[in-house]
Design a protein around this ligand. Structure first.
Ligand code: SF4
Length: 227
């Protein structure tokens, strides 16, 4: 699908964006989620609209136990068809080849091995994917469009960000109203939760991703910049 064939869905509701995506792509679209608050809301809305919707989670082998528990809770609560995706190499193999400190020494390479490459593998079987990206999550996401065309391994795919215009407050209102589970680390100062070697609590409410790769200048794992 070339860029000119992508409709303008910037000002339509989240439900209408999801409806368009399911009508347009059927089973060739899946939710990419790390089980953060936005992803949980997205899975809730999407699975109400399309029970059995596909979703995938990258198990980097570096997740907090609280995050892995969230995966189980949500999979038991929502009608989603969840795929757990693993990197090609284990943490031990990675440590042998690149050193134990790779997340600190070269986080871009570690993210490529443990996040980007596995995502590309999943995307090779899809035409589109859905994310919970929001513009208010920080400067690196401030220009997130609702729809964008990405080239992955030489093939055009549509990346759908139905929650681009949601605020943090909107998300938490939805979670609490519908009594959806959330990661307990959010009650312990973690505004955004990723892999444990690269996640710190943050007091910066204006930039919820400031606790990720804190002090390195890195703000994204590459999932949303490389692809
Ligand atoms: S977030 Fe950190 S530990 Fe996780 S894949 Fe990236 S560099 Fe590695």
């Amino acid at each position: 699908m070339s860029q000119r064939l992508v409709p303008d869905l910037e000002n339509v509701s989240t439900i209408d964006v999801l409806t368009w995506a399911f009508e347009r792509f059927g089973d060739r679209v899946a939710i990419s989620t790390a089980f953060g608050p936005s992803g949980v809301v997205l899975m809730h809305l999407a699975s109400q609209l399309r029970p059995g919707v596909k979703a995938f989670f990258l198990d980097t082998d570096f997740h907090f136990p609280e995050t892995l528990a969230m995966v189980e809770r949500i999979a038991a609560r929502l009608p989603i068809d969840l795929e757990i995706v693993k990197p090609e190499i284990t943490v031990d193999e990675q440590a042998r080849v690149y050193g134990e400190q790779l997340p600190a020494v070269n986080p871009d390479l570690c993210c490529r091995i443990r996040k980007v490459e596995p995502t590309q593998r999943v995307l090779s079987g899809l035409d589109a994917w859905l994310t919970g990206l929001r513009r208010d999550q920080g400067s690196s996401r401030a220009a997130t469009p609702v729809l964008e065309v990405k080239v992955v391994d030489g093939r055009e795919l549509v990346k759908v960000n139905p929650m681009a215009g949601w605020t943090r407050k909107d998300v938490w209102r939805h979670l609490l109203t519908h009594e959806l589970p959330y990661n307990p680390l959010h009650d312990r100062g973690y505004a955004s939760v990723g892999c444990w070697p690269c996640t710190r609590p943050t007091a910066d409410a204006a930039d919820e991703r400031s606790g990720r790769w804190a002090g390195t200048g890195k703000t994204e794992c590459g999932l949303h910049t490389l692809i």
